[in-house]
Design a protein around this ligand. Structure first.
Ligand SMILES: C[S@@+](CC[C@H](N)C(=O)[O-])C[C@H]1O[C@@H](n2cnc3c(N)ncnc32)[C@H](O)[C@@H]1O
Length: 440
């Protein structure tokens, strides 16, 4: 942007890279550099001194709590706000953010991270005519908790351009994440936003180029990447909720995995292989899969006995089931455990049919989807996805590919527990929106 600010505010300046580069060009510019970390502020002071910058204020402070003096002319806000996820933020910080968002007419999700707080603080400090340019991870463009930030940029901060760095460019050396640079000019509601995808970080030296996308189209969209990529702003809406295409059901609950899950050798030794089905018994099997999960000799088996079986006609099976009906030392019988005791008969896990697609639903990573061509059974470490209409093998494959492509955007749509563990119930999974090109 060809604008000439009088003051630059670096939000979370770190060692002062950004302001140093500015001071090399303009020593007279007023510089306010802020960082919480005293070591970083010492480094920033030192580098600005060496470069001979004349109007410098380096603050060791929380950027969200500044008392920023008024500037009669234009201020430019710059920064690479810290990527701190919501579960590492204090209740006080969260309360501040919700309050500040409310004052700006926004409803902030509790899942928003510190980078969103930096934008909120900037909206408080900025005056009409001020400029800004922040680089952050890009997930806020598409996830639910990014909604407040998207509105803030459109309606309060005046977003002018977005430069999305292709994830393959690895924008941050220390984090496998996507990045977006947002440029804003406060005080006007701009009719369009310029959008550009950048393949290499070297292409970011010049923040120009790209195509204009209608701000109204962005205002209507719940995920920006797709709208932006449609270039002219007309929403070519090929997105769907998973629930429009398929139902999601839980895996089988055994209530006693030690009894119902067996190795192939053990099942053969007991003479009960005929009543065992290969199964997915650990979420890792899906998380480490490459979009397809197969049967294999080492795969574990699930005891799957029909309710109508005549036990006395199958003495080996009967003997095994009787083990579940007897106490062993101080261990009470399996059939008296809570879940088995509520089933009829206690060893019947329920009617099930193989899920064409399986998905992990609880991890510190977003869900991963996999084709299940061998019809493996699943216990409740995974959910099964059952298309509502028969899909061809190619369509099933496309569905898995599309879902896995979108998996990063699913973060924040489930329930997050301490430590970043996120869990998706079947209905939450059905609500996930993704590009369903070739399947709808
Ligand atoms: C991702 S680094 C960016 C550093 C620098 N802009 C750069 O690109 O090299 C984010 C910086 O924000 C600082 N920080 C974290 N929380 C902060 C807060 N509440 N207020 C001010 N700075 C904060 C960190 O200490 C860190 O130096």
């Amino acid at each position: 942007m060809g604008f000439n600010p009088t003051r630059v505010v670096d939000a979370g300046c770190g060692s002062g890279r950004f302001v140093a580069s500015i001071a090399r060009r303009r020593k007279d510019l007023q510089i306010v550099a802020v960082d919480l970390d005293p070591l970083q502020t010492i480094l920033t002071r030192a580098v600005l001194k060496v470069l001979g910058a004349v109007a410098v204020t380096v603050l060791q402070a929380d950027y969200t709590g500044l008392d920023l003096p008024r500037c009669l002319d234009r201020t430019a806000f710059i920064g690479n706000p810290p990527y701190v996820r919501h579960h590492q933020l204090t209740p006080d910080a969260k309360e501040w953010a919700v309050r500040t968002a409310r004052r700006l007419g926004l409803r902030l999700s509790a899942l928003a991270g510190l980078h969103v707080y930096f934008y909120l603080a900037t909206a408080r400090y900025a005056r009409p005519g001020d400029l800004g340019c922040f680089v952050t991870s890009a997930e806020w463009l598409d996830v639910n908790y990014g909604h407040a930030l998207r509105r803030l940029l459109l309606d309060n901060l005046g977003v002018r351009a977005l430069h999305l760095v292709d994830p393959r460019a690895v924008p941050f050396a220390d984090a496998m994440t996507t990045a977006v640079i947002a440029c804003f000019e406060v005080g006007s509601a701009w009719p369009t936003v310029r959008f550009r995808t950048v393949g290499r970080t070297a292409d970011l030296h010049q923040l120009d180029g790209g195509s204009e996308v209608s701000s109204d189209a962005l205002r209507r969209a719940s995920r920006w990447t797709l709208t932006l990529s449609a270039r002219d702003g007309t929403i070519e809406d090929d997105t769907a909720r998973l629930g429009e295409i398929a139902r999601v059901h839980r895996g089988l609950v055994t209530g006693a995995n030690d009894f119902f899950i067996l190795s192939r050798d053990r099942a053969a030794e007991l003479g009960i292989s005929a009543w065992c089905r290969p199964a997915i018994v650990g979420a890792d099997e899906i998380l480490s899969s490459n979009g397809i999960i197969r049967d294999a000799p080492e795969r574990r088996l699930l005891l799957d006995v029909p309710p109508s079986i005549n036990r006395s006609a199958h003495p080996e099976l009967d003997a095994y089931l009787r083990r579940g009906e007897e106490a062993h030392g101080d261990r009470p019988p399996i059939d008296s455990r809570y879940i088995p005791s509520h089933r009829h008969p206690w060893w019947f896990l329920g009617h099930w049919r193989p899920a064409p697609i399986v998905v992990s639903y609880m991890a510190r990573r977003p869900p991963r989807f996999a084709l299940n061509p061998d019809g493996l059974a699943i216990v409740n470490v995974a959910h099964g996805i059952y298309p509502k209409r028969a899909l061809s093998p190619d369509e099933l494959k496309a569905l898995v590919v599309r879902l896995n492509e979108a998996r990063d955007s699913f973060r924040g749509n489930g329930r997050t527990y301490h430590g970043g563990l996120e869990k998706f119930e079947p209905r939450e999974m059905e609500a996930l929106r993704f590009s369903a090109k070739g399947i709808l």
